[in-house]
Design a protein around this ligand. Structure first.
Ligand SMILES: [Zn+2]
Ligand SMILES: [Zn+2]
Length: 415
């Protein structure tokens, strides 16, 4: 074959596309009553936006971003995550705050392709901008929990941490750095680098030897300032109201520079080792970093592919074409225009129907119906047109029933 898709990209086939639409509708149903409005931002932005917001020391900006120059010499990047561009849009369009926005947008990251991770993938995200109370954190976590439960992801639980604020985080990071320097010999190369650039990220290391050392590392939760400690305990009290299963994970940091205070991951025990469905957190300094006024904000985002895998299983990605609920089988030339007309009368009733217009006798038509994955067929020959009674055959069971035209129209509505 001459053309293949670019490494790390994927085609969304009809089954998955349909599941995506359902997912988006569920998300809309859940978020709309909570005041969220949809938003879309451009696929590419100035590189500087992500450098400034996602962070110069983040893996995304260092290793994963698609950065390119356009013909006007602009330094651009394909959007690797949604929050920075949504915040830019809020600032640039003077959106009145507080605001609640959500999006479904493709994201681009040039990291190593691995199972379930692609260089282009779709994320759904929700952001609450301009509200800083701990109750808001609890509200958003509850919304996320309900959302994943409603799309069919079971055994959900939440991991929660506070990573402090400008007051208490620098002191803690210094403590952590000191600890890492002391144990530098025992850490992997990546962690030694992280220790200098972005010490919090050491907690993401999957190496067993590093994990062992880090089990003695100082934890942010032991160094929270009174403001952050109070915020964190109110978030937890909020979640207690809803009786949502959560665990404190003092090693949860999230991979982005702009988070502060509450960070959260939504997980499912059904998913095995890679159990995270969604991540999020508070980012009270981001707007200011981007040149706007100090504005508290919090959000979460999740990959659509992963959520579908978790809720629907592998089947959803199958290339098998979805079936045809009803296929009309005209027999003879008179039946063809009759079926053409009938198609639209049935569709008007909401029935999913197509017709097999290629010529052929009954057995040939039935074979075609089978290969087209028809669930039911309607046999229409001269005799049927004259008598006004039709045979509907269930292709799965082989059962047949005879229906009059009116029965046909009304009877199929409920199937
Ligand atoms: Zn603090
Ligand atoms: Zn390591």
């Amino acid at each position: 074959m001459k053309f293949r898709r670019v490494k790390g990209t994927r085609d969304v086939l009809p089954r998955e596309a349909a599941a995506r639409r359902e997912l988006e509708e569920k998300v809309f149903e859940l978020l709309a009553p909570a005041g969220f409005h949809p938003v879309l931002t451009p696929t590419f932005e100035h590189y500087e936006l992500y450098k400034r917001s996602t962070g110069e020391s983040s893996d995304i900006v260092i290793k994963e971003m698609y950065r390119f120059q356009d013909m006007g010499g602009r330094d651009l990047a394909l959007r690797p995550e949604g929050t920075p561009s949504v915040m830019r849009a809020v600032l640039e369009n003077s959106i009145k705050l507080p605001a609640r926005l959500w999006y479904v947008m493709p994201m681009f990251r040039q990291d190593k392709p691995q199972k379930g991770r692609y260089r282009e993938h779709t994320q759904i995200g929700a952001e609450i901008i301009g509200e800083g109370d701990p109750q808001i954190d609890a509200e958003l976590v509850k919304i996320g929990f309900d959302l994943f439960t409603s799309i069919g992801i079971h055994e959900m639980f939440i991991e929660l941490n506070s990573i402090g604020c400008r007051e208490c985080r620098p002191g803690y990071i210094k403590k952590l750095k000191d600890f890492l320097v002391q144990h530098a010999d025992e850490l992997c190369d990546d962690c030694r680098l992280r220790a200098e650039r972005n010490p919090l990220r050491v907690f993401d290391c999957k190496q067993k030897s590093c994990q062992r050392i880090l089990s003695d590392a100082p934890l942010q939760t032991d160094y929270l300032c009174p403001g952050c400690a109070d915020h964190f305990s109110q978030v937890k009290a909020g979640l207690d109201i809803f009786q949502i299963p959560y665990e404190e994970n003092p090693r949860l940091v999230r991979g982005l520079d702009y988070y502060s205070r509450t960070v959260v991951e939504f997980k499912s025990r059904e998913l095995g080792a890679q159990d995270t469905v969604c991540g999020g957190g508070r980012y009270d300094y981001l707007m200011q970093e981007m040149g706007g006024p100090a504005t508290p904000a919090i959000g979460f985002a999740f990959g659509v592919e992963r959520a579908l895998l978790a809720s629907r299983g592998e089947d959803v990605f199958s290339s098998v074409q979805p079936g045809i609920p009803l296929l009309l089988l005209p027999l003879g030339d008179k039946a063809k225009p009759y079926c053409l007309d009938l198609l639209f009368k049935l569709r008007e009733k909401g029935i999913g129907v197509q017709a097999e217009f290629r010529s052929g006798g009954l057995s040939r038509q039935l074979k075609r119906a089978d290969s087209r994955n028809a669930e039911k067929v309607l046999i229409v020959g001269d005799k049927e047109i004259e008598s006004g009674s039709f045979i509907v055959r269930d292709m799965g069971t082989g059962e047949q029933e005879e229906l009059t035209f009116d029965e046909l129209i009304s009877g199929l509505v409920n199937t």
